[in-house]
Ligand binder design. Structure first.
Ligand SMILES: *Cc1c(COP(=O)(O)O)cnc(C)c1O
Length: 384
């Protein structure tokens, strides 16, 4: 199988798995106990915290382990909203956030918070002038993702962060799609809070982290034994944490090389399709996008049928986010680009990984051409 859905999840790197294994068996200690078994777990956990911090230019004390990107987003957004609700109740976000951010904002709206959803236009990118215009006296939080999980567009996080800092507004970014794929430095990006998930960077599912800048305070969402600076109590998921740490260590070591390699494959794929298949288009900005993302649109077909045709040819791809692909509504991200519903439905997301080869990409181009041609021949939309 050729796996081209790395934005949904990625395979666990064998080195990551190897690093995790002892913590399921002989090193099973509770990291909060004081005898040697517990100390070994604690040390492994703290080494992992250093690896996560190094990858994003943070210090280890600023890393809180969570169950993944969804929890990190909830912790950042609700934690800030509840902490500062007496100061103001206005939040700024974008129209293309992952459901972990979008639905959290919608939930807060039901509790009396007001949320501004910034437009992203045809290129899929938030504009600085819109951020400036949206800021109010009572704005307590800006939350804008680093790169979009569907169309892969990269947002001007450093610039938005600079504005937020000057105005004294807390700034959170969901960086689940960028950490390990492009350089992410919390200081250069001017963020106060940043979400990470292990399974998007060749680590295990169910583990992630939230960067919480020193001096930034959150209201805890769960209460218990005081672990993770009382922000995330509960016995630590040591194997998962070790896996996340290893994935970050490997990502840092290979970042430049992987980024270049995957970008080359991605460009080969986009050119191979756009040059050889009529009425095919790239969604979102062609340059300000993740190195591994090709989000394509084909007139006269349905993305779901194309995904099934590709599956039959041994290619795993997606129409958009794994989270919304069960609903038949067009994705809110594609609608935010100003696409018509039929155009949105004709879209395909290919997200590449380091294990893909140029031969995989050639085969994929050929398979997409065949599948799109077959589907168009059957389509009343195409043949009218
Ligand atoms: C995958 C993803 C999440 C959710 O992360 P989980 O670890 O699966 O909860 C959040 N935000 C973005 C941008 C994602 O791509």
């Amino acid at each position: 199988m050729i796996y081209l859905d790395h934005s949904a999840t990625s395979p666990v790197n064998p080195e990551v798995l190897k690093a995790m294994e002892p913590f399921f068996s002989q090193e099973f200690g509770n990291a909060s106990t004081f005898y040697s078994l517990g100390r070994t777990a604690r040390q492994a956990m703290e080494a992992a915290r250093e690896n996560v911090a190094s990858l994003i230019g943070a210090s280890p004390q600023e890393i809180i382990f969570t169950s993944g990107g969804t929890e990190s987003d909830n912790m950042a957004i609700k934690g800030t909203a509840y902490k500062w609700k007496n100061k103001g109740k206005h939040i700024i976000t974008s129209a293309i956030e992952h459901p972990a951010v979008e639905e959290t904002c919608r939930y807060l709206e039901k509790q009396g918070f007001e949320v501004t959803y910034l437009p992203v236009y045809e290129e899929g990118i938030v504009r600085i002038e819109d951020v400036l215009a949206a800021i109010r006296e009572d704005t307590i939080l800006i939350t804008i993702m680093h790169a979009n999980n569907e169309i892969g567009t990269i947002q001007p996080i450093a610039e938005i962060g600079e504005i937020a800092r000057k105005k004294g507004i807390i700034f959170h970014s969901d960086a689940v799609q960028t950490v390990g794929k492009i350089p992410v430095d919390v200081k250069k990006l001017n963020v106060d809070l940043l979400s990470i998930s292990a399974h998007k960077l060749y680590g295990p599912k169910g583990i992630g982290a939230l960067y919480v800048k020193k001096g930034v305070f959150l209201e805890p969402l769960i209460h218990g034994g005081g672990h993770e600076r009382a922000l995330r109590p509960g016995t630590e998921n040591v194997p998962g944490i070790v896996g996340l740490g290893k994935a970050c260590e490997i990502a840092l070591k290979n970042l430049k090389k992987d980024q270049e390699y995957v970008t080359r494959l991605r460009n080969q794929l986009i050119a191979g399709i756009l040059e050889n298949l009529e009425e095919s288009y790239l969604n979102g900005d062609p340059d300000k996008r993740l190195p591994n993302n090709a989000h394509l649109r084909f007139n006269g077909i349905e993305g779901e049928s194309l995904v099934l045709h590709l599956d039959a040819k041994g290619i795993a791809a997606s129409t958009g986010s794994a989270c919304s692909s069960k609903k038949l509504e067009p994705s809110h991200v594609l609608m935010a680009l100003g696409l018509e519903k039929v155009e949105a439905h004709g879209s395909l997301r290919l997200s590449l990984g380091t294990e893909n080869t140029p031969e995989d990409i050639e085969y994929t181009i050929k398979s997409i051409k065949e599948a799109v041609t077959t589907l168009r021949n059957l389509s009343p939309l195409w043949n009218q």
